[in-house]
Design a protein around this ligand. Structure first.
Ligand code: MG
Length: 296
């Protein structure tokens, strides 16, 4: 598929060239793809797949809250779907409509059993069990992938992101760390010729972001020499789970965030003055942008 390294073996056998490592999320962090992917691809297909046309407005509102404007931003698509259908029955417009929301019992069971949240793993489980709900979820997920491949094309990186990647390349090892399917990541990074600034791409198929960071960095760097850059709480959690540092790309302020990284934050990371008060200030500013309660 790709020239850039992207397999589990690449991640596991990774050989450091520097004493520091930077993990970089993709959607909503490097690329301004969150709005178009969510609104044009995911949400319309939620409405059509579950036949929710009569309540499209609140469904879209909940989907946008969960996927774009809350602390759940950037979650795996199946987790986000579960959260959205958990919140919706309390939406006044849904209550008033009397339309029942899907319960997704099989998905709850699958997630509770620690099933991997990828199309391939769900396919294996669904084929074995013949579970109609999982098979239907998979169809939705594939339809989303196809819609993204058709719709999301030639979206350039945010301003200052390329310049930052160039600087990172000179001083640190680096990888794309994402929950997007690998083939979409490879397509988007290669189409913009920015795969040359990183050592590998770790997508959905290679595990969670926390697992990616562990596989790539454990035993290879001091924890304070590992930094995750991302636009969602899940990116922060993945960093914390590895004792690593976190640099937020603030939703709706991406350009300013990357510029600050270029002019200030990356130097602080390199000279070991990033952790502590500086990181705490950035994280507080970031957290304030992502609420946990919907306003409806
Ligand atoms: Mg993201």
């Amino acid at each position: 598929m790709a020239t850039i390294k992207h397999t589990l073996a690449d991640l596991t056998n990774f050989k450091p060239q520097h004493d520091s490592f930077v993990g970089i999320d993709s959607d909503g962090c490097v690329f301004d793809t969150m709005e178009i992917k969510q609104k044009q691809c995911f949400h319309g297909l939620i409405v059509s797949h579950w036949n929710l046309g009569t309540v499209e407005k609140p469904v879209r509102q909940a989907a946008e809250f969960v996927n774009l404007y809350s602390k759940w931003r950037g979650q795996n698509r199946f987790i986000a779907l579960q959260k959205m259908f958990e919140l919706l029955p309390n939406h006044p417009a849904i209550k008033k409509s009397g339309v029942a929301m899907p319960k997704l019992d099989s998905l709850h069971r699958y997630i509770a059993s620690n099933g991997r949240l990828t199309d391939v793993s769900m396919q294996e489980s669904a084929t074995k069990s013949g579970d109609a709900e999982l098979l239907s979820l998979l169809q939705w997920s594939r339809d989303v992938n196809a819609a993204i491949a058709r719709t999301v094309k030639n979206i350039p990186p945010f301003a200052w992101a390329r310049e930052c990647l160039e600087r990172i390349r000179q001083n640190s090892d680096a990888a794309c760390v994402s929950q997007t399917p690998t083939d979409a990541l490879v397509r988007e990074w290669e189409e913009n010729h920015i795969e040359i600034y990183i050592d590998m791409i770790a997508g959905q198929e290679l595990g969670t972001k926390a697992e990616h960071l562990t596989l790539a960095t454990k035993g290879r760097y001091q924890p304070e020499r590992v930094l995750m850059i991302g636009d969602a709480q899940g990116d922060h959690k993945a960093a914390t789970a590895n004792g690593a540092l976190f640099y937020p790309i603030n939703p709706a302020h991406e350009k300013a965030s990357w510029q600050r990284f270029y002019e200030e934050a990356y130097d602080k990371f390199l000279n070991n003055t990033f952790s502590g008060a500086y990181q705490a200030r950035l994280v507080a500013e970031f957290d304030a942008l992502l609420p946990d309660h919907p306003t409806w």
